[in-house]
Design a protein around this ligand. Structure first.
Ligand code: NAD
Ligand code: UDP
Length: 350
């Protein structure tokens, strides 16, 4: 993707050492942006940023800072002359959020509040936010459009929605704030270099990293969480998109935001970032078997509490407004994951 005329923004990525953040850093550096990362490394390793620098041949300025440390975040915003923020830092495990809701409100909601306070103090008024399709909840219709009612069904989803509301209220309160809320569907896959990918701690909650660990021999078999849903093959359906397409979506959103920003008005735009196509657990299993060239052991277990049977995105708003759409297919998602997993069976510790 090319850099628009007079656009070489200095960007702060919160959570930039994480899975989506590190892939986004690659895209932004390759587009010519200057990238500063703050991350407390609670769910990541600084080695991901070493890989980012190796892939791009560009420097990332890294600060090990907690989002909730307003004074330090403000100092980074000022010292690095930041133009805009991409806010990815946060906790993301639905199950854990049900067990420890206060932890999620603290890191996600309070953390975002502190970030916005620091931005206000440093006069940085543009932000792209990592939201999630989980804000929609039980589908009233499919595919979800951005106008679908929001009824999150977990504390994690609630925190994402509350941050959205905070951004909306702030943009309504005063001219000059510009927000782009990106509601991600299911990001999977890895960078084509094989040097960057998802490195979950402990037993993976999500389907794709679990499949990858079964394929590499770290887990005995995949448990399909229910095969009696009202879907074509009975297994759950989701909208998977390649993490590099998602990274491109951030750059598209940033350009849209920066090109249109004005001190005269505010905006808070919402975009679904998904492929617009639903795939079942069995579709994913078979695609992964193609990628790794062998059948994978599977058992069928009960439904996972809280799982929705099926959802996918209407991503036309992003296509029309941001000129963004995913270009990488399911086989690419699986083969890039497999390439990363084979080269790094123990993640960044290899
Ligand atoms: P990740 O855990 O790999 O990255 C999040 C990063 O934030 C980590 O590097 C972590 O160390 C950092 N972090 C956490 N708390 C922090 C704090 N208090 N201060 C500073 N840094 C902190 O997760 P990811 O998959 O890359 O997700 C990035 C964002 O996208 C998250 O906000 C997540 O909720 C959102 N999201 C992810 C998915 C998904 O399926 N991966 C889907 C929808 C939305
Ligand atoms: N899933 C599964 N086995 C696993 C992990 C996930 O069958 O070990 C299913 C899950 O029930 C859902 C789909 O795979 O239907 C995607 O799950 P994931 O946790 O990756 O995404 P989310 O449910 O958060 O959209």
């Amino acid at each position: 993707m090319k850099l628009s005329a007079n656009l070489a923004p200095r960007l702060l990525l919160t959570g930039g050492a994480g899975y989506i953040g590190s892939h986004t850093a690659v895209t932004l550096l390759e587009a010519g942006c200057e990238v500063t990362v703050i991350d407390n490394l609670s769910n990541s390793s600084a080695k991901s940023l070493e890989a980012v620098q190796k892939i791009t041949g560009r420097k990332v300025s890294f600060h090990q800072v907690d989002l909730r440390d307003t004074a330090l975040v403000e100092a980074v915003l000022r010292d690095e002359h930041i133009d805009a923020v991409v806010h990815l830092a946060g906790l993301k495990a639905v199950g854990e959020s049900c067990e420890h809701p206060l932890r999620y409100y603290d890191v996600n909601v309070v953390g975002s509040l502190h970030l916005l306070q620091a931005m206000k103090a440093a006069n940085v008024r543009k932000l792209v936010f990592s939201s999630s399709a989980t804000v929609y909840g039980d589908p009233k219709f499919l595919p979800y459009t951005e106008a679908h009612p929001t009824h999150p069904t977990s504390p994690y989803g609630q925190t994402k929605r509350q941050i959205e509301v905070m951004l909306q209220d702030l943009s309504d309160s005063q001219a000059g704030w510009h927000f782009s809320v990106l509601r991600y569907f299911n990001p999977v896959g890895a960078h084509p270099s094989g040097q960057l990918g998802e490195d979950p701690r402990g037993i993976p909650n999500n389907l794709m990293p679990y499949l990858a660990q079964v394929a590499v021999g770290k887990r005995a078999s995949l448990t399909i969480h229910g095969d009696d849903y009202d879907t074509a093959d009975g297994t759950g359906v989701r909208d998977y998109l390649h993490v590099c397409d998602l990274a491109d979506g951030h750059w598209a959103a940033l350009q849209h935001l920066i090109d249109r920003a004005s001190p005269e008005f505010s905006r808070c735009d919402y975009f679904n970032l998904g492929s617009g196509v639903g795939h079942s657990v069995k579709d994913m299993l078979h695609a992964f078997e193609r990628a790794c060239g062998k059948p994978l052991p599977v058992r069928v277990g009960p439904r996972r509490p809280g799982d929705l049977p099926a959802f996918w995105a209407d991503a036309n708003h992003a296509r029309n407004e941001l000129q963004w759409q995913p270009v990488r297919d399911l086989d690419n998602m699986c083969s890039s994951t497999w390439q990363w997993q084979q080269a790094h069976p123990n993640g960044f510790n290899d």
